[in-house]
Design a protein around this ligand. Sequence first.
Ligand code: CDP
Length: 219
Amino acid sequence: MQIAIDGPAGAGKSTIAKRLAGESGYIYVDTGAMYRAMALFLLRQGVSPDDREGIERACSDADITIKYIDGEQNVILNGENVNGLIRTREVSNMASVSSVNGKVRKKLVALQQRLAATEDVVMDGRDIGTVVLPGADVKIFLTASPAVRAKRRYDELTAKGEACDIKAVEKEIIERDERDMTREISPLKQAEDAIVVDTSDMDIDEVVDTIRNLISQLC
Ligand code: CDP
């Protein structure tokens, strides 16, 4: 069983995917966390976001795997568990720049496909329904207005103690979406057979109910 959830930053993909996976006993695969781990590696190597060749050269030295601890996905970068280090704005922005690179994507897509080959999965990202799991049983395109998505991300960052300005967060989200939607390889786009769920005016329970109903209708 494969459930693919794609959409822009802050649409609620990971919260919803985690809940759905927990209810169904499937594995939750957060593909963004893998791109984030790669971004952290590149930042640590001192590679600049606009150094395409540097990204291309350095990415081969990053060994990224995932490990489930108490049902939670943990990303392991060259042997180190980096789960607690990949949710900063700096890493978000570097992830959206470095994920444009074909070599980075090839490596991580292969890992994602290997996971889905052996387990029932709820997988979220940008290219799951279009590239990673084109034959997924259910494809959801989760979205919300930029203002709502920025507010959610702002609340998340301030709750963690990261000082930020909501307008700056909204600007970064819009820039990241633009980059994700216009890149050449595997851009963020709705798969032809995906169902759009706009969560702007929905709370988490409403979104989970909506998707649960769609899954039971389709499967
Ligand atoms: O949580 P949020 O939606 O802000 O981001 P994320 O899902 O953790 O993804 C971070 C970045 O990784 C995105 O902005 C994309 O550029 C990239 N990404 C990707 O290219 N393909 C995926 N399947 C998942 C993430």
